[in-house]
Design a protein around this ligand. Structure first.
Ligand SMILES: [Zn+2]
Length: 89
């Protein structure tokens, strides 16, 4: 997971082309799993490296942390918690 300044830049890992995609990320902490779906990101078509817009990675991490807090409050340790971002069409 890396940050990138512009969507036109090639992949810094392999120089591949970045595609705008909506991705799903899973996080696990102390046996609790949370999942975020529909996150807008840039994904390298060649190596699969994921890039977020500036500040995006921090927001994703903050959202995951909030889900962990919610899962712990609700004692959902045995279940996974999913948050989905829906794009209007
Ligand atoms: Zn790449």
């Amino acid at each position: 997971m890396k940050k990138i300044d512009a969507s036109k830049e090639p992949c810094s890992e392999c120089g591949g082309r970045l595609e705008r995609k909506h991705i799903t990320q899973e996080f696990e902490r102390e046996g609790v799993k949370v999942k975020l779906s529909g996150i807008a990101a840039l994904v390298c078509a060649d190596c699969g490296e994921i890039y977020f817009q500036p500040g995006g990675a921090d927001k994703v991490a903050a959202a995951a942390n909030s889900l962990f807090d919610l899962a712990i409050v609700e004692k959902q340790h045995k279940r996974s918690l999913t948050a989905r971002i829906s794009q209007p069409r």
